[in-house]
Structure formats: C-alpha cells, structure tokens
Design a protein around this ligand. Structure first.
Ligand SMILES: Nc1ncnc2c1ncn2[C@@H]1O[C@H](COP(=O)(O)OP(=O)(O)OP(=O)(O)O)[C@@H](O)[C@H]1O
Ligand SMILES: [Mg+2]
Length: 280
C-alpha cells in the first residue's frame, strides 16, 4: 500500500497488517469525519484505514489535532462517521440503530476518555463497576481487586471524583475500562495526567491484560516510551494514517514523530499559518 504524507511517500509493508490467522477486534475502512460546515468546517478524519488486531496493544500517535480522539470515538460508535465503514469484530457499526449501538458499546467496548467522564455523584468504586452494574453483569472479583491494587486506588475507593486528583480520576477511568474485560479497550491518553511511576503502572497493567488475558487495546499517546509497549503503532497526520510501525523501540518512535512534525510544519505553512505564533 502506498501512502502519501505531505512531501513524503511511504510504503507500508504488508508485515504491519495482521498475520494469517489474526483477526481485527475493530477496524475502520475509508473513514472520514467532518465537523461543522462552511467556514467552521473541519475534516478531522480523511479516509482512514486502520485495524486493531485481536489480542494486541496498538498505540495511536500523531500531532495534536491529527484526529486521534476522533478515530477512537468513531471506532467506539460514540460518533457517526461522515463517510466509510467501521466494524467491531464482525459487527458493522455504520448504519446500526442508536439503541443497538449503545448495547454493543456497553457489552463489548471499554472506553477511557481523554477527559475521564466519571459520574460526579458516584464514588470511585461505584464508577469502576458502573458499566457492569448497568449491564447486569457479574465481574471477576479477583481481577477487580488486582486492577484496583495495581492502579493504587484502594485508599480512594470511597471518594467521589471531585475529591480525587486528576491522576487518580484517570486511574479510576482506566480501572472502569479494564475490570469488565471487554472485547476492545479504547484508551485516549490514559497516562496523560500521571507521573512516570503511575504511568508505568498503568501501561504495565494494560500490557499484562493483553499478554495474560488476550485483551485488545488501542492506546492514544504522545509518549514514545508508552508507544514502545505496543505491538504496533499507527501514526496519524491531518486525519490520515501515514505510517505503521511493528513493535518499535522508543527511539524508532521518536524518529518517526520527528519526521511527522516536520510534515505537520510543512502543511501548516502551506496552509498559510504563521507557525511561529503557535509556538512550534
Ligand atoms: N466536536 C467537534 N467539533 C468541531 N471540530 C472538532 C470536534 N472534535 C474535534 N474537532 C476537530 O477535529 C480535529 C481532530 O481533533 P481530535 O480531537 O481528534 O485530535 P487529537 O489528535 O485527538 O488531538 P489531541 O492530541 O490534542 O488530543 C481538530 O482540528 C479538532 O479541532
Ligand atoms: Mg485527543
């Protein structure tokens, strides 16, 4: 597959796709997402083909505004695509009635939002078990306890989100996605508010749930060290997947990011923006 990215054209090797016998837990085909119209029209995704291989940790990287959160929301069925198709497992989301979409999301997807989305009136423990409680599902108590301990949340379980630090709220949001072992976890910058030790623990737990439980996770991150935990890294630029790396090291990721930032600067100047004013 040949992919245009600004002035570069890269060839994505077939080895970056699933190996024979591997299946996608979710995929997007030709997905575009346009917000607004007229002068406020923004093309957040511009023909994205992306897949999250079952039983793998996939990192999604790219400059701010490149469409990472939008891709997560579209794959989760939280947002409707403007064009293209999305599947979770074999189930196509595009065109699914709202109610079926809500049920599918509830039963099969765990989402860690960039802005946490905890319910302010529930305490940490109630927030963690909420999706399972709503679905009337029984959780594996040992796993729930393990998630709570690994994320260091035990002393905070009775506190409401308003009484928790940003990092603690983020860990509650991660725990909420992990405890139900959904088919797919979409985590949008789950370590963005954490210090390096807490971030390492969250990433370690995500990695373990992939290795030990066969969990599928898509992880949006700006951190090359976090992306280096991944089996595969997708890079977005201007709403397109421009590069995929297979099990890269942190320096590999850094090098690719540097190249993309150059491309982003190039496309910003081409669009007539004064890049000096954006501080880049
Ligand atoms: N609801 C919305 N209405 C209008 N534009 C939006 C909306 N959501 C996102 N956008 C725009 O779509 C583009 C992609 O946004 P998105 O949030 O997906 O970026 P991102 O890669 O997640 O960035 P960040 O790293 O800053 O979180 C941006 O230009 C953003 O301003
Ligand atoms: Mg985002």
């Amino acid at each position: 597959m040949s992919i245009e990215s600004g002035h570069r054209t890269e060839t994505v090797s077939p080895s970056t796709g699933p190996l024979p016998g591997q299946r996608y837990a979710a995929r997007a085909e030709g997905v575009s997402k346009v917000y607004g119209s007229g002068e406020t029209r923004v093309t957040a995704l511009d023909g994205v083909d992306a897949g999250f291989v079952r039983g793998e940790l996939t990192a999604v990287m790219g400059p701010s505004g490149s469409g990472k959160s939008t891709l997560m929301q579209c794959v989760a069925g939280l947002d409707r695509v403007t064009e293209g198709r999305v599947w979770i497992g074999e189930q196509e989301l595009t065109g699914l009635p709202e109610r079926a979409l809500t049920e599918l999301r509830r039963d099969r997807v765990g989402f860690v939002f960039q802005s946490f989305n905890l319910l302010p009136t529930l305490n940490a423990k109630e927030n963690i078990t909420l999706p399972a409680d709503l679905a009337g599902r029984t959780l594996d108590t040992d796993w729930v306890e393990q998630v709570i301990d690994t994320l260091g949340l035990r002393p905070r379980l009775a506190h409401r989100p308003g009484e928790l630090s940003g990092g603690q709220q983020q860990r509650v949001a991660c725990a909420r996605a992990l405890v139900g072992r959904p088919e797919l976890i979409l985590a949008d910058e789950p370590t963005g508010n954490l210090d390096s030790r807490a971030a390492g623990e969250v990433l370690g737990l995500l990695r373990r749930s992939v290795d030990d439980l066969g969990q599928t996770i898509a992880l949006v991150t700006h951190d090359p060290a976090a992306a280096a935990h991944a089996d595969r890294v997708l890079f977005l630029l201007d709403g397109r997947v421009v590069t995929t790396l297979r099990a890269p090291s942190a320096p590999d990721v850094l090098e690719t990011m540097a190249g993309l930032e150059q491309d982003a600067l190039g496309s910003a100047s081409a669009a007539g923006e004064d890049t000096r004013e954006t501080g880049r």
